[in-house]
Design a protein around this ligand. Sequence first.
Ligand code: UGA
Length: 435
Amino acid sequence: MRIAVVGTGYVGLVSGACFANVGHLVTCIDLDESRITDLSNGKVPFFEPGLDAMVAENLGSGRLSFAPDMAQSVANADVVLIAVGTPTRRGDGQAELTYVHAAAKAIAVHIRNFTVVITKSTVPVGTGDEVEQMMRRANPAADFVVVSNPEFLRQGNAIKDFAYPDRIIVGIDDAQAKPVIEQLYAPISEDGNRLVFTGRRSAELTKYAANAFLAMKVSFINEIADLCEKTGADVRDVSLGLGLDPRIGPKFLAPGPGFGGSCFPKDTLALAQTGREFGSPMRLVEATIAINEQRKHAMAQRIIDTCGGDVHGKKIAVLGLTFKPNTDDLRDASSIAIIEALQGVGASIAAYDPQGTRPAQAILHDVEFCADPYAAANNAECLVLVTEWDIFRSLDFNRIHASMTSPRVVDLRNIFDPSVLQSLGFRYRGLGLPE
Ligand code: UGA
């Protein structure tokens, strides 16, 4: 099939490369010409394991191409994916749809034959109807249907998630789209058993419900971790016991410094706003947002407390800046709020992240960015693990102990073994662990 993908951000580029990789002919379009030039030369603008190689291979085979202008590729396409950003709108927290609307109108003008237009961007319920109306007004003669096909890829795992999806949710209000979608996903949905067809509005809402539910699970376990500390229970045991119930499941029950990234914070805010707009309050989602905001400040306070109540003039080493491992993304990362809070009370910060240093330099100020974890820990009063990159699991703590001014570790992901660190002489604080 011929596919045009509008937007070469995370969702657009991963989907485009993956669809090319399973045999479709894909053109990814972006108005940013320098980005298109880079991509045409195989230069991927963000870090995602395996994506560089996949882009290079499919550029080489001719199945994947990049263009700054959509006219030709949309005119030739069987399927057009809208994969532009939907950032948080200022003021009310709803998703900003400017880019989606602009893309939809531009696509409508170039459609020549029957085309299935798929909204991959995360958009509030009812957006498909708006997009369809806008497109009809922009080009009354165009023959198309608008489908909602939300994306459930996780950063850092996107290529595997694409190849082995739990489900592919497709919201269609017009049966004409169904065989086209089946053909599109035939290479990955085997006998079609991953495809779940719903109404368009249901698909749109499913995306928000899924992200909000996972975010809620994270905020829930974070509060349970706090309660464990107060009661002498161990959150690791509680998580295990909870997760063994298949109705709950073991995933997303790891306490941390609060969820971040480009999806959970944005999508919970948008869903809460949708609830308000429709007079159907999303109270659990509202609480999830509030708990998460508070969490980051509580983590900064925990570090200050571990340092004896005052970090003024003290060096704090921060390991991991990205919102989770295997990405270079710092959007809404808890590290930002934690570092800024510590700087606000006079701490100096030395940080190390395997992939996030460059983006961090654009966001964080007055931070010493180090070449490795040991340089960050050197002369530090406290070492704080914020993001659980694998390389931090095998640190040489003897070396770290020898180089720190005060051997203290605050582990905001519970990746270290408390007894090992304590036996080396560290003051260790994890999350939700008995003292
Ligand atoms: C999330 C969803 O998991 C994807 O299914 C979805 O497609 C994506 O958003 C999206 O809407 O595009 P992602 O943002 O890549 O994916 O990250 P997650 O792996 O879900 O993690 C989100 C945050 O929750 C991270 O900050 C992570 O550290 C935190 N988290 C996750 C925890 O603190 N504890 C956990 O047990 C799990």
